[in-house]
Design a protein around this ligand. Structure first.
Ligand SMILES: [Mg+2]
Ligand SMILES: [Zn+2]
Length: 205
């Protein structure tokens, strides 16, 4: 059982009984916790361009371990991913769901989990008309992060957006959370440092 989330000084601190039920978006009582929002392609897996099938999905070494460490440290872990391949007609949303189901199985087998996923299938110049829109979810817009924080009780001040591109960091900042650009394959080291600092800076409850 992970220890309860601890807030940084000056931020709301979950009480012993938590603040369960404060947000009822998914119909369950959940504790307030910090979150790590992860980009997918180029952050969790090699970004070979429009990755959409299992055969082309290659985890970075240490990525699953990084997710498990975040799980065990009391973070919510989310994926926020632009998937304009849908708008471009390269693959459909069912392919995304299939891939994400497989990812969840891989993670479960390793004792790790992603708590929730948002993807943006849109693009302003989409060849598929139904997806042609200047949406509020495609990064660098913050829509996917804001939606997750609407549904999950996230301690925003202690949360981090991690991606491999400037657009990821812009989205994170637009959502009001700290953001980091991590080079391909660097997630495990980054998370190790994040957790070290948290241990060093945060006083015990
Ligand atoms: Mg990326
Ligand atoms: Zn979108």
């Amino acid at each position: 059982m992970p220890s309860p989330a601890r807030a940084v000084p000056g931020t709301p601190r979950p009480t012993a009984e938590g603040r369960e039920g404060a947000r009822g978006g998914i119909g369950r009582a959940l504790p307030w916790r910090p979150a790590v929002f992860l980009d997918r392609d180029g952050t969790l897996n090699h970004d070979t361009g429009y990755v959409h099938c299992i055969a082309d999905f290659h985890w970075f070494p240490g990525a699953i371990n990084a997710i498990r460490r975040l799980n065990d440290s009391g973070y919510y872990v989310f994926i926020v991913t632009n998937q304009s391949g849908v708008a471009r007609g390269i693959y459909d949303e069912a392919a995304i769901h299939d891939l994400h189901s497989w990812m969840n199985e891989e993670l479960r087998a390793a004792g790790a989990r992603i708590d929730d996923i948002r993807y943006c299938p849109h693009h302003p110049q989409a060849s598929i008309v139904a997806y042609r829109t200047q949406c509020s979810c495609r990064k660098p817009a913050a829509g996917m992060l804001l939606d997750l924080m609407d549904v999950w009780p996230v301690i925003r001040e202690a949360s981090v957006m991690i991606g491999d591109k400037e657009s990821d960091a812009v989205a994170g900042r637009a959502a009001g959370i700290a953001s980091a650009i991590v080079p391909a394959g660097g997630l495990e080291d980054f998370v190790a440092e994040l957790l070290r600092r948290r241990e060093a800076c945060w006083s015990p409850p």
